[in-house]
Design a protein around this ligand. Structure first.
Ligand code: 1HE
Length: 262
């Protein structure tokens, strides 16, 4: 792979403790070229030290049109294998990175764009968002971790349907299917994602780390192994000085209570 990261097509700015990463290739509907995939990997590997959460969003009318189909023409099978592994590495840098990532979704979230969204930890869709896996109709298969990450969210049956029939889910269907956790009016995805990211950034870092790195692994372990891993992680988390300070704050009446609608 000789391509250089297309850093001019990916913005990373800091808003307090939240890094905002923006796909900036609107003329091509933020289609993911090799350069953009490399830029995503580099950006998430090297988020500013101050960032405690991140938001990813897309410029223009759509979040992301998936794989850059213009580049697909050029590739043989071996290159295809390495290409897929490149996507895996980039999206692992998001899912298994340093901070939780909230996806702000609008317009088309299709193919590799949906795989990218699925690598994030929380997904917010506005009412303009729609979700599809057109790989089936393009004569190809998912290659950016969708076969692993999308069934985790919506199950094999729904993904099978989307790929076999070309079904397109609207924002409401995507919310019902569990593909996104939040749905907001058109134009408000970024604001909601930022609000959520700020809340996430206020958590104890060890809790966020355990959620990102332990919870998905525990969910895939046999239950006996999962329970043991859970016990280890919870013991480590509660021993951290920050956990002790937060518990003291609650017991001494300084911490917010849990309220409905919070
Ligand atoms: C692209 C791409 C792309 C747009 N690769 N150039 N993804 C897809 O099969 C989705 C293909 N795209 C679309 O269905 C539509 O473009 C959209 C629904 C996303 C947007 O529609 P629209 O009307 O706003 O835009 P447009 O006029 O279709 O596209 C504008 C330009 O972006 C146009 O280029 P131009 O030079 O003629 O202006 C399009 O060619 C270009 N464009 N999408 C390349 N995807 C690791 S495996 C992952 C496998 C996949 O992701 S497969 C699914 C690929």
């Amino acid at each position: 792979m000789t391509t250089a990261p297309s850093l001019d097509e990916l913005d990373c700015t800091l808003d307090g403790p939240v890094a905002i990463v923006r796909l900036r290739r609107p003329a091509k509907r933020n289609a993911l070229s090799d350069g953009l995939i490399l830029a995503l990997r580099q950006t998430f590997d090297q988020l500013p030290a101050e960032a405690r959460a991140a938001v990813i969003c897309g410029e223009g009318e759509h979040f992301c049109a998936g794989l850059d189909l213009a580049e697909l023409r050029e590739r043989d099978a071996v290159e295809g294998l390495h290409h897929s592994r490149l996507w895996h590495a980039a999206f692992d840098a998001i899912e298994r990175g340093r901070v939780p990532v909230v996806a702000a979704l609008h317009g088309a979230v299709v193919g590799g764009g949906l795989e990218l969204a699925s690598a994030c930890h929380v997904r917010v869709a506005d009412d303009s968002a729609y979700f599809a896996l057109p790989e089936g109709t393009r004569g190809i298969f998912v290659g950016g971790s969708g076969a692993v990450r999308i069934p985790r969210l919506i199950g094999v049956a729904r993904m099978m349907d989307m790929m076999l029939t070309g079904r397109v889910l609207g924002a409401d269907e995507a919310e019902r299917a569990g593909l996104v956790q939040y749905r907001v009016p058109a134009g408000q995805a970024l604001a909601k994602a930022l609000e959520l990211a700020r809340r996430i950034a206020a958590n104890a870092p060890m809790t966020n780390y355990a959620l990102m790195h332990a919870l998905p692994r525990i969910a895939e372990q046999a239950s006996d192994h999962g329970l043991f891993t859970e016990a280890l992680i919870s013991a480590i988390a509660q021993a951290a000085p920050e956990a002790k300070a937060r518990l003291r704050d609650f017991l001494e009446g300084r911490a917010a209570k849990v309220r409905p609608g919070g």
